[in-house]
Design a protein around this ligand. Structure first.
Ligand code: ADP
Ligand code: MG
Length: 278
C-alpha cells in the first residue's frame, strides 16, 4: 500500500459525531432512527457504517450531508457545526439513474462544478481528469443510457470526486449492481483511493463489503441504530476475502450485531471464490 499524506499526525478528526439522535415525525407519532451515536472520521479514513436495514445508516449519512437535523447531539466537520448541505460533502447514492439522460458523461461530471461557479474550461479539464481516473475517458461524449450499471457508478464517483469534497458520502452505492460488477467496483474504489487518497463515509448492510471497503467499521444495532462496536478492518482488502482472519472477523461482527445464532438480517461473509450477494 502507498504511503499516504494522511499519515501525518492529525490532532482533530475531520468529522466528529457526538450523541447523535435523529427522529422523524410520522402520522403515527415519532420514529426514532438513531440513538446517541458517536464516532470520529479522520482524514484518509474509509469509514463504514454497517447495520441491518432500517437501523438509520442513510439517516446518519443525510445528517452528515446536512439534509436532516439531529434532534440531539452534534455533527462537526473540521470543527464547524454541520447546519446545511455544502460542496465539502458530496453524496453518491445507490440510484445511478440520477444522471440526467440528456447530458453526456462529461457534461454530467461538469454540471455540479459549473453550478458551483467553476469556469467552464477548468470544469471540462477536471471532468476529463476524473473520467480518466475511473477509466471512462473514451466515453466522455456518450450518453448515460448507453452505459452499463458499473459505468454509471463510475460516472457518479468521478462526478463526486471532481468536486474535491472534504468527505465523500456513499450510501450503498453498489447495491443495485450484479455481484461481479459490485466486486469489481469495490476493487476500483480501493485502487482510486490508493492513488488519490480521499476521506469516505460508506454505508452498507453487507459485512463482507464493509470489511473489503473500510479501514474502520462502526456497527449499528437494529432500529433504532445505536453503536454496538467499532472494528478496525484496514488489514483486509479484496484479496483477503475468504481467508481465515477475514472469516473470523466477519463472524465476530455477526455475533456483535445479532448475538451468536441470532437472526441474520445483514449479509454474511461468503466463502472464498464465491461472488458477493447483495
Ligand atoms: P437504513 O438506511 O439503515 O436502512 P434509514 O436511515 O433509511 O435506515 O431509516 C431508519 C428508520 O427511520 C427506519 O425505521 C425508517 O423507516 C425511518 N425513516 C427513514 N426515513 C423516514 C422519513 N422520511 N419519515 C419517517 N420515517 C423515516
Ligand atoms: Mg439506507
Amino acid at each position: 500500500m502507498n504511503v499516504l499524506p494522511f499519515q501525518v499526525v492529525q490532532n482533530e478528526p475531520l468529522l466528529r459525531a457526538r450523541g447523535v439522535t435523529i427522529d422523524y415525525a410520522s402520522e403515527r407519532g415519532t420514529v426514532r432512527a438513531t440513538h446517541d451515536v458517536s464516532f470520529d472520521v479522520w482524514r484518509g479514513d474509509r469509514f463504514v457504517l454497517l447495520g441491518p436495514s432500517g437501523c438509520g445508516k442513510s439517516t446518519l449519512l443525510k445528517a452528515v450531508g446536512g439534509f436532516v437535523a439531529p434532534r440531539a447531539g452534534s455533527l462537526q466537520l473540521d470543527g464547524k457545526p454541520i447546519l446545511k448541505p455544502g460542496p465539502d460533502r458530496i453524496v453518491v447514492f445507490q440510484e445511478f439513474d440520477q444522471l440526467p439522460p440528456w447530458k453526456t458523461v462529461k457534461q454530467n461530471v461538469m454540471f455540479p462544478l459549473l453550478a458551483g461557479g467553476t469556469p467552464k474550461r477548468e470544469a471540462e479539464a477536471r471532468a476529463l481528469v476524473w473520467l480518466g481516473k475511473v477509466g471512462l475517458a473514451p466515453f466522455a461524449d456518450a450518453y448515460p443510457h448507453t452505459l452499463s450499471g458499473g459505468m454509471k457508478a463510475r460516472v457518479a464517483i468521478a462526478r463526486a470526486l471532481a468536486m474535491q469534497p472534504e468527505i465523500l458520502l456513499m450510501d450503498e452505492p453498489f447495491a443495485a449492481l450484479d455481484a461481479l460488477t459490485r466486486r469489481r467496483m469495490q476493487e476500483e474504489l480501493q485502487a482510486l483511493w490508493e492513488e488519490n487518497p480521499f476521506t469516505m463515509l460508506f454505508v452498507t448492510h453487507s459485512i463482507e463489503e464493509a470489511l473489503v471497503v473500510g479501514n474502520r467499521i462502526l456497527l449499528l444495532s437494529p432500529h433504532p441504530g445505536r453503536v454496538r462496536a467499532e472494528i478496525n478492518s484496514h488489514q483486509f482488502g479484496l484479496h483477503s476475502a475468504g481467508g481465515a482472519e477475514f472469516k473470523a472477523t466477519a463472524s465476530r461482527i455477526h455475533n456483535l450485531l445479532f448475538g451468536a445464532g441470532g437472526a441474520a438480517h445483514v449479509d454474511e461473509a461468503v466463502p472464498a471464490g464465491r461472488a458477493v450477494q447483495s
